[in-house]
Ligand binder design. Structure first.
Ligand code: 5AD
Ligand code: SF4
Length: 563
């Protein structure tokens, strides 16, 4: 019987999102012999390895918890069959939380041979720094926090000949490590020749490489994983005292009470959840940024209010999988509620990235429709169109269920809502037929903007080990075909603005032209708009622009008035 139930769940499609209910809930509601399970659609609570939290004995006895954990590594999406004295239990794992509080400790200086190593190293009296940032918006946000740490350590930013050089690295694609070693080379040489520069590597490559980074470039003084960004000030003190440190053990991310030193006076990044509990088979992020850790609502609201008081107009909430916001908090919270709170702060515009199609909820679509400041822009990366590739990627949705989300967005927020996405071509085993499904998906959605990437094998990921790697020239060809189609769709989406007056938040100068008076800003849906105007006067303001010209990724128009 249990096997029949397991097959039913697989048949309905594990993550059927259309009815708002997944397959597991539907099966639980219709055939469970337990009243509570039927009533709650299978959602009977959480279990805790150490027994402090669990549904009633009748629903799931303690022996079941042990049996469940005995099944080995539990992953979100798994369905297990557990037999106890109360009968058979079909258990679906929705999420696996790691209690990081038990691992709070000072960064352990795991070094060549272990222990702190005292040595004559970096600059003992540094006064200046440079900071290089690579990668995504999360890294940009981390760098703003890093700057706060560096400046409160008494350092000021310079362009040349710094006493402390900091590289905030990214490892999502390519051979980022190689680029890092090339960049570090001249500083390491300078140090070998007797000039005491302190070398700090932060971010995802730091986390991924850890100690081996120091083995390879022994001149590096400090290796800092993303979870330690807010502790760099203290770590630098240790470095000044001659220690060489690797801070990469999983830890609870601390809130920094100080303000980040931001690049932009009007638009700010606000991280809301760090890390990712998904295990998409191509992605290095769960390894480098660790398990999900949501910031508390209080901390986020405090930061947003401070931004509003200081003249900020737009914020972008950041998370690798932002729909997971709040599920690790006690009490739990959710992303739609966070959007409501964010709207209450009274900023002009609230944006957010990145949504995961597997968790994206109707509540979020409704929040975007109903909340004044939340922009009608959805970054919803599909990654691929073929169901078998999606399944091998472990994305947890299908072509059809993805399209249902797109339709719901259009139904509720109108055709004007901007939809953007990311695509990976040449995932291991992707056939020409699979790839055609990606093109079909692009035709069906017509993205406003699309980032397309050739699959790049990453360390410690399952897909990198797959035997059917796709040839680089096939990847390059598919990438071109995706990009060609994306440009066509981008143009079609731009043309809808022709002749219309749109609200634009002015971000600054058009950096591509030398003319002084060309302003650049964005529509609520995230389209770039260029127009003639006094940049110094208009920067940070909301204006209305009449659109005269459409290009694939941008618009050109004439200033009508200032809001
Ligand atoms: N190869 C290519 N692209 C990747 N991405 C993530 N991992 C890889 C990889 N190994 C892309 C995904 C993701 C975006 C941020 O980077 O499309 O959405
Ligand atoms: Fe990587 Fe995003 Fe998948 Fe998380 S959800 S594993 S960050 S692609």
């Amino acid at each position: 019987m249990v096997d029949v139930v397991l097959d039913m769940i697989k048949d309905v499609g594990r993550w059927e999102v259309d009815s708002g209910k997944d397959a597991f809930s539907q099966v639980a509601e219709s055939i469970s012999v337990c009243d509570e399970t039927r009533e709650k659609g299978g959602s009977v609570g959480w279990v805790d390895r150490f027994g402090s939290e669990r549904p009633t004995d009748a629903v799931f006895p303690a022996s079941g918890v042990d049996l469940l954990y005995g099944k080995g590594l539990l992953k979100p999406g798994d369905v297990h069959n557990v037999e106890t004295s109360a009968g058979f239990h079909v258990v679906q794992v929705l999420d696996v939380q790691t209690d990081l509080r038990s691992s709070i400790r000072q960064p352990s200086p795991k070094l060549k041979g272990g222990g702190y190593s005292t040595r004559t190293s970096g600059n003992e009296n540094p006064t200046t720094y440079t900071l290089q940032t690579n990668g995504c918006q999360m890294n940009v946000a981390d760098s703003e926090r890093l700057r706060t740490q560096l400046q409160s350590s008494g350092l000021s930013e310079v362009e040349k000949k710094p006493d402390v050089v900091v590289v905030n690295t990214c490892s999502i694609r390519d051979h980022a490590e190689q680029k890092l070693y090339d960049y570090l080379g001249p500083f390491a040489k300078r140090k070998r020749e007797g000039d005491p520069v302190t070398i700090v590597v932060t971010g995802c490559v730091a986390q991924q490489e850890g100690e081996s980074l120091i083995r390879r470039v022994p001149e590096v003084d400090l290796v800092v994983g993303p979870q330690y960004i807010n502790r760099v000030g203290d770590l630098l003190e240790d470095v000044k005292n001659g220690y060489q440190i690797v801070a990469t053990d999983p830890t609870l991310i601390s809130e920094d009470q100080a303000r980040p030193v931001r690049d932009d006076p009007f638009r700010a990044w606000v991280p809301v959840i760090n890390g990712c509990n998904e295990h998409c088979s191509y992605c290095v992020v769960p390894n480098t940024r660790g398990v999900e850790q949501s910031r508390t609502l209080n901390a986020i609201v405090g930061e947003m209010r401070d931004l509003k008081e200081n003249g900020y107009k737009e914020i972008t909430l950041l998370g690798q999988n932002i729909d997971a916001y709040g599920r690790d908090l006690k009490p739990k919270s959710n992303f739609a509620d966070l959007l409501k709170v964010a709207d209450g702060v009274g900023l002009d515009r609230v944006r957010y990235v990145t949504s995961h199609p597997r968790y994206f909820s109707d509540k979020v679509v409704d929040a975007v429709r109903d909340l004044k400041s939340v922009c009608e822009q959805f970054h919803l990366p599909p990654q691929a169109g073929s169901d078998s590739v999606l399944s091998n990627m472990r994305r947890g949705y299908t072509f059809d269920s993805y399209m249902r989300i797109v339709r719901r967005i259009k139904d509720r927020c109108g055709d004007d809502a901007g939809i953007t996405g990311d695509i990976i071509v040449g995932f291991p085993g992707e056939t020409e037929e699979d790839f055609q499904r990606t093109l079909d998906l692009l035709e069906a959605v017509k993205y406003d903007n699309l980032n397309a990437f050739a699959y790049s094998p990453r360390p410690y990921t399952d897909a990198a080990l797959a035997s059917e790697q796709v040839d680089e020239d096939v990847k390059a060809d598919r990438l071109q075909r995706v990009q060609r189609l994306a440009v066509k769709h981008g143009m079609e989406r731009s043309e809808r603005y022709l002749g219309r007056e749109v609200e634009v938040l002015v971000e600054g100068r058009n950096k591509k032209v030398t003319q002084e008076e060309e302003c650049m800003g964005k529509t609520r849906q995230g389209r770039q708009v260029f127009f003639e105007g006094d940049v110094d006067e208009l920067i940070g303001k909301l204006v209305f622009v009449k659109i005269d010209e459409a290009r694939p990724w941008s618009l050109r128009g004439t200033l009508v008035n200032v809001k």
